[in-house]
Design a protein around this ligand. Structure first.
Ligand SMILES: [Zn+2]
Length: 607
């Protein structure tokens, strides 16, 4: 049963994360913010118009780095506070204020990159040879040189950065603050509804009438806001289009892929091959669900139901420790130590409360420890989600130890590999510890319904839709709610064929994910999971040597391209082989589910 959520103020402290590790008090935050502004002013006075020699370059970059490291905890602090309660006016205002200060600071500092790139290349070459520490940073800078604008233009654009981010803020405000869901009624009984309770509960509710009624009520409220949300999204798209044109890219897609260090073939392959080759497997899975539930027809509102609702182990945060520990033990002591600290030092916000961001994420500020947001519902699935977020934490925990702040973050293409890798490790651990067919079926169906569904289906369909949106924008067009609904519906219909009825409301799914405000993010989930599926097989087969390779990949941070990082892990993502293997692996898991279900049903019939 889905329950009404308490306000943030009523949540027990031990279920919350400890932001004191960033700033112990409001006063400490304010002082750090003032210091930053003073330091930036001093820095500009010292270096603006004065960077000439290779030594100047290294000195300036070094001080620039320390300013950068001052900004990070400030932004993390204001941002995380908002994410646990979007209805809190005070933290909202503080976050907005920080955004304005950060934009001003960014504008004041924009001369650094402009002046570095205006220097004769041999000066930069000398600096790169002299300083091992900053050579990668300078190399990356040079790569962008052809797309840089006049220094004054860069300054103006940087000053507008908070305004350019406004659509994302508006999107979240509409979704988390303005949308107030009314209770829905089944058989005269009322049930509470919100974004969090829908996505964290009702969507997977085994009672078909309640689940479908919740979906209808949820869709009705989304529909009330579809035009505002579409207009907000269109504003974001137009900003991306103008930026890509001004900087001289051929298209938005080229602009966004350039930043990811990924070519078009790697991007398109992920979308085309999955749509084509995964769809038959997933339709088989949908049919299995339909059969087990005895549904007259399978609708979009039924896709998230658990295969076996009577077998849904529940688990507390305390109990999760052992599962997480045992699953990730193969990663070694240092990794486990980090996991233990995450519990002991309250790195994670477990609470369920009103106004909290939906889903889960990990924020890894350089110089502090990672923070994880999750709304713990007590289902075993939460263990997979937590392991996933700890995968991000473990990635940056390792990268930050070995790389400076400029070099620690790899391309988005690779970001979801370490996280999904941990989901695979949990699954492998659970599977190796039981022969009970019901438990085995539950684990495999969790991998399918969560890990692969989320990363290979939900996000993939987002990616396919997003690609169509960018085609329109690149041709100089714009989008509205009607266009977006149509595009989303067509992508869903193409993937599910006649197996699933794309019922009224499904077309609004584009309103649900914030990923569209983050560039070409959706497709990277399946890319990351392709790498981690291959890698987790290596860990199963080879053990320690594979783990050693993986840790080195994590430690490399952003010093290598996604193709190079994958190669270090023994996976060649420039070919279609890893993706084909992964799709075949998913197909194999679904076949196992069907076999196990037959076996279990035969046993039940005999008893
Ligand atoms: Zn993730």
């Amino acid at each position: 049963m889905v329950k009404q959520l308490p306000p943030r103020s009523e949540v027990p402290v031990q279920e919350t994360w400890n932001l004191d590790d960033l700033f112990a008090s409001e006063q400490a935050y304010k002082e750090a913010l003032e210091k930053l502004q003073r330091d930036v002013k001093g820095f500009a006075e010292k270096y603006e118009g004065k960077i000439q020699s290779a030594d100047d370059v290294i000195d300036a970059v070094k001080e620039y780095e320390s300013l950068y490291m001052q900004i990070i905890p400030l932004g993390t602090f204001t941002n995380l506070a908002v994410s646990v309660d979007q209805t809190d006016d005070e933290t909202q205002m503080r976050d907005s204020h920080f955004g304005a200060v950060a934009a001003k600071v960014g504008s004041q500092l924009s001369f650094v990159t402009s002046e570095l790139l205006a220097l004769p290349e041999d000066v930069l070459q000398t600096a790169m040879e002299t300083s091992e520490e900053y050579s990668h940073y300078l190399k990356e800078l040079l790569r962008e040189k052809q797309y840089r604008l006049h220094p004054e233009a860069e300054k103006v654009l940087a000053a507008y950065s908070a305004a350019f981010d406004a659509p994302y803020g508006l999107y979240n405000t509409t979704k988390m603050v303005d949308m107030d869901f009314e209770d829905f009624t089944v058989d005269g009984e009322k049930y509470p509804l919100s974004y969090v309770t829908f996505e964290g509960g009702w969507e997977a509710e085994p009672d078909t009438r309640k689940r479908r009624a919740a979906f209808d009520a949820f869709s009705k409220k989304l529909r009330d806001y579809q035009h505002t949300t579409a207009k907000t999204y269109d504003a974001h798209l137009q900003i991306e289009k103008i930026t890509s044109d001004l900087r001289g890219y051929d298209s938005i897609t080229d602009y966004l892929l350039f930043n990811q260090e990924v070519d078009r073939s790697m991007y398109n392959r992920q979308i085309d091959l999955i749509t084509e080759e995964l769809a038959p497997h997933m339709r088989k899975y949908a049919k299995l669900l339909q059969k087990e539930y005895g549904l007259d027809k399978m609708t979009f509102a039924d896709l998230k139901i658990p295969l076996d609702p009577t077998y849904e182990p529940t688990i507390t945060v305390e109990e999760s420790k052992k599962y997480i520990h045992d699953s990730l033990a193969i990663m070694g002591d240092d990794y486990l130590d980090m996991v233990k600290r995450s519990y002991d030092e309250r790195w994670t916000d477990f609470a369920q409360n009103k106004g909290k961001s939906t889903g889960a994420f990990c924020s890894s500020p350089y110089g502090t420890h990672p923070y994880i947001l999750i709304s713990w519902t007590g289902s075993m699935e939460d263990v997979f989600v937590l392991a996933h977020e700890l995968g991000h934490a473990g990635h940056f925990y390792n990268a930050h130890k070995h790389q400076n702040v400029f070099n620690s973050r790899p391309s988005t293409y690779f970001i979801e590999a370490p996280s999904t890798m941990n989901e695979m490790l949990v699954a492998n651990h659970l599977l190796s510890n039981s022969d009970d067919p019901k438990f085995k079926r539950w684990v495999i169906s969790s991998i399918i319904s969560r890990t692969y569904y989320h990363n290979f289906v939900t996000h993939l369909l987002e990616a396919a839709y997003q690609r169509k949106v960018y085609e329109i924008i690149d041709e100089g067009g714009s989008v509205n709610a009607a266009t977006l609904n149509k595009l989303k519906r067509s992508v869903l219909e193409e993937f599910w064929g006649d197996t699933v009825d794309i019922n009224e409301g499904a077309e609004l799914t584009w309103m649900r994910q914030p990923h569209y405000y983050m560039g070409l993010y959706p497709y990277t989930y399946s890319a990351g999971l392709t790498i981690s599926t291959e890698m987790s097989k290596r860990v199963l087969n080879e053990g320690q040597p594979a783990v050693e390779d993986w840790l080195k990949v994590l430690q490399a941070g952003g010093t290598k391209t996604p193709a190079e990082l994958s190669k270090m892990a023994g996976v060649d993502i420039t070919t279609e082989e890893p993706l084909k293997n992964t799709i075949a692996y998913i197909g194999g898991l679904i076949d196992q589910l069907i076999e196990l279900t037959d076996e279990i049903n035969a046993q039940t019939a005999n008893n």
